[in-house]
Every structure is written in structure tokens, then in C-alpha cells.
Write a protein that binds this ligand. Sequence first.
Ligand code: MRU
Length: 382
Amino acid sequence: DLKPIKKVVNLHEIGDYAWTPLAEIGNPLRSLEYNPDTKTLRILDQLLLPGETKHVEVKSVEDGYAVIKNMQVRGAPLIATVGTLSLAVDLNQEPALSMEYDMLFSYIEERCQHLLSSRPTAINLKNSINQIDKILDLDLRNMPVDPARLRKSIQDAAYHWYISEMAENDLLLKNATLCIESFSPSSNYKFTIMTICNTGSLATSSFGTALGVIRQLHVRNRLEKAIALETRPYNQGSRLTAYELLHDKIPFMLITDSMAAAAMRTFGVDAVLVGADQIALNGDTANKIGTYSLAVLAHHHKIPFYVVAPVSTINQRILSGSAIKIEERPALELITFNGKPSAPQGTPVWNPAFDVTPASLISGILTDKGNFLPENLASLFA
Ligand code: MRU
């Protein structure tokens, strides 16, 4: 019977449960530091990990765009937070400080458009810029012309986006972790979870999505081990996820992407958990290239396959995954390794950063606003 497994459990169905608050789960790696008083932003340069820990200051939208575009920061929720905060930083200095209202207004609009062109599949950034657009619209219609007030409203909104992520992350992890735990035959049972890419504290400004659940299961003594895919061609799994898991002393095993089927057969994987860069209203989900293959393999092996993502990863404007714009990365990323050629010069390549997993292969979408069968996701916005 190869019918896809469709199953979610929501908190109200679980009854009594004890939750482990995020504050109690140690000190995961921090992807950014932001000071709301001085409007200063520093990011951890993920291109240098795992070898070197170096922070880079983001002093403007241009810097924000650059660190996102060249993947010093990555992961859809983190891209949104860094992009939005880079606008707050930018507005605290010239040329914005001495602009008249009209010029400032156009400047903010233009800077937002620029940010949006950095990594188009990660929809969280578009959703955060939509919040900025709402403020611009409100300001234009209702407020006396005051550039200082406009700057402050945008900076407050950017900060609000940042701090809201922590609260949303707590809810997301609670919903998702308890959903997975509720499928076990006994409370002593320990899960083996497979995951792809990096979806941890390095992909968010909080604790992570799919990898956050893995960390919670570990803290709650319900994790046997994580199986992390290396995630070609950029190796977010081997460089970043392995680094996070070692840092947090979580039991795991690293495999190449091509070992996933064999690992499913060999290790008794209980569930596959992945993050998302963009989810359509019908539940089709864009995530790191290789996610779709993993869903097909999970289906074949009758292993449930869950997407763990905040509601800010849903694109309310698109009905299905065919409308998701997939970012293509430079060919060089595929034909070089550590700066050295890994294929002959002139080799033609296709290098999409993401693929779309059809909703039919997804067991459930676990969010901060509850857990959904893919076909019920749109009810969130009804
Ligand atoms: O290219 P990346 O590293 O930005 O891709 C990241 C992913 O695909 C993640 O799974 C996704 O952004 C969710 S992160 C919580």
C-alpha cells in the first residue's frame, strides 16, 4: 500500500503534556546580534563555518543584500530578519537621515525592492517587506509628513519582526515536537529523524525549524539520532548542520544525499523533517534541492514526511507550487570545491537551489499556528 501517509496531531488532541521551554535548552549558536538602541547588526559569517568563526557588521541595505546574496547568511527565516534589520540600520545614517519625506519614502521603497531581488525563493523576506509596505501605505494616507517618524516606524517594525520570531518559534517547536512525539508507541520510545540542509539556529534568528524539533526531541530524551544529509552542492548539511549538532551534543550521523534510500532501509527512520523556503496554499513546498527526492524515498519506504515552518513561509498569493520562482545559483558552485575545480572547465550544468515537493507526498505541515494536512493549509487564511 503506497498511499501517502497523511497525519497530524494538534495540541488540543494531545491532552496533558509537559513542554520544555526554549530558554531551558542550552545555548545554541547565534546567527546574528542586533542592538535596537544603537541600530547595529552583526552576523555570523556562515561561509567560513565550520573552520572559522567570524562576525561581519551589516551597515546598510547594500551590506544586507550582499551577505544574503553570497550566502554568508541563509535559511528563509534568517534571510528575512537580516534583510529587514539591514533596512533599520540603513535608516539610521546618511543619506536617509537628511532626506525629505518624499525622497525618503521612495528611497525605502527602492531599497525594499533591491532586497527582494537577493534570493527570490525564500518568501519570508517578501512577507516581512509586505509589513513594511503596509506601514508605508498607512503613513502616506494618515500621517503628517515627518521623515523622522517614518524612519522610526520602519525601524520599530523591523525590530518587531525580529523579536516576534522567537515567540513564533516557541509555538512552532511545541506544535511540531508534540505532534511527532504523539506518534510513538511509548513515552520511552526514541526517534530516528532524517533531515536535509540546515534548518537550525543558523537558519533563523531563534532555535530553528526542523532541526529545532530534533534539538527538542533530544532535550526531552526522545531522540535516538538524527541523520543529516550532506546537501549538495553547497553542503549546508555537512558544514552547518553537523556543526550545530556537534555544538549541541546531539547524537547524529552524516550521510551523502545519495545514501538516503539505503539509510532509510538500514536505520529504521521514523520520520523525515524538513524546513521550507516557500509553501503554496495547496501545501506544495519549495525547499533545498534534494528535498523532493527525499519525499519520494520516504513515500516508497512508508516513512512520514513533515514540513516544519512558520506561517511566514507561506505565500498566500499562490495556489500551487508551479507558481514558485526557483532560484538558480551560479554554475561555479557546482563545478568547484573549496576553490578548486571538481569538473572540467566548460562543463554545462543546471544548478537550482530549491525544488518543489508536491503536497501529495507531504504527511503534514507543522506551523506556529497549528499542524495541518497539506490540503487544509488554506483554512489558515479563510
Ligand atoms: O540555500 P539555503 O541554505 O538558504 O536553503 C535553506 C533551506 O532550504 C532551508 O531548509 C529553509 O530555508 C528553511 S530554514 C529554517
